[in-house]
Design a protein around this ligand. Sequence first.
Ligand SMILES: Nc1ncnc2c1ncn2[C@@H]1O[C@H](COP(=O)(O)OP(=O)(O)OP(=O)(O)O)[C@@H](O)[C@H]1O
Ligand SMILES: [Mg+2]
Length: 442
Amino acid sequence: MAGRLVELEVENFRSLRKVSLPLGRVNVLVGPNGAGKTNVLRVFDFLADIVRTDLGPALEDRGGFDELVFRGGDLRPDHIQIGLKGHWSVPETSRCPLDMYRLKINGSPPAREEIFHLSRAGGWRNRIEVSGERAASSQYGADEVISDDGSERRTAVMEVGIQPFSTGLSTLPRLSENFGGREVVALADFLTTFRVFDVDVHRARMPSRVSRSGYEAIADDASNLARFLLTLRDTDEEAWERLQADAIEVLPQLEALDFDYPSGSARSVVVVLRERGLRDPTSLLDASYGTIRLLGLLAMLYDPSPPALTCVEEIDHGLHPQALEILVERVREASDRTQFIIATHSPALADRLKPEELIVCERAEDGSSVIPAVSTAQVEKIVRASEGIPLGELWFSDAPEVLGKATMMGLAARPSGRNRSYEQLREDAARCCADHVCPASE
Ligand SMILES: Nc1ncnc2c1ncn2[C@@H]1O[C@H](COP(=O)(O)OP(=O)(O)OP(=O)(O)O)[C@@H](O)[C@H]1O
Ligand SMILES: [Mg+2]
């Protein structure tokens, strides 16, 4: 994998007033409409845009600072801040300290500050601070700790001028290797490859031109689905066979996937389905909505060279629960190659998750998103207390609240609590809350 994020910290970006989100290989966001799930994905889209176009245009595209900054509370916050921790400069090893990037954007007067902590080959590390019209890079030895303000010992300091509202992320890659230019390039590349994958069913149905240049990644909207699958069949037979077997398992009529060349020449290709009972194959042009979404998602999951981070909005949309079981397995397998942040409203999908893969999102009274609303440790506790209620059922009912209270009150943790049904726990927790009596302390 090209790199991996370990933590995302956000302040005052849309509804994300103060969010600190640990990230694993598979991260599935669940929560009510408007909880802030998509706002998490929008952070990555914003960062990628900053690299491509710089800060000014990226802000303008989103209606400016005032539109983007958290609109809750009595006073408008004076800054937006986004921080990333992870491994992207050098290959991840247990000894390697985390890379860090933090961007602070002030509203008035408009200004930005950035801090990079970047690992370099040979154990060296760079701390780059961008502030006002100046960028300073300091070099640290392998065993030196870089403090947040960079006030400790350092080996060398270099300074360059920079436009006051330009980000180092978009301008520093041009700098020399000693300054840390190469590692900033690694971060910029890492950020621009992030994708929000969203199958455009209309475009994915269409024939695509056959490529002469070999491998091409699946497009973010799966619009090159036919070409991608044809190339996969010709270059990675095992992945192609597995993808086909998954599709056959989920789609009851499907016997095989194949290709047709509608123009007569070999220049344009369309996927066709060989279906049980039908004399002729069905072109994707006539296939069902869920079939095309499923094939698009499988193509993304079997992509041999995906970007470092893949975000998927409402992955369950249009799919049968049985398809979700396979998708969760394939997401886990593909997470060796790409990190996932996925949003869903599907209890059937959440049922198949491990506690550490579930990120519960809520919206507080003051309009801010609470993400994660429940820590992994708490999720694990509640799962244990529920005695086998699947995660999705648990999360899309009132069980977390009831079980959370029951756990806090010691009901679920007491020896007798282990054999209590969820219904009994619900009654006990409700009675405790009404009486303000906790049996654990009796
Ligand atoms: N600048 C802002 N300040 C505060 N809240 C904002 C700001 N911009 C957008 N929002 C809020 O973000 C919410 C939308 O969040 P988001 O789209 O992330 O929800 P979601 O969890 O993805 O919901 P769904 O499940 O419906 O897709 C809106 O209710 C909107 O009020
Ligand atoms: Mg959303």
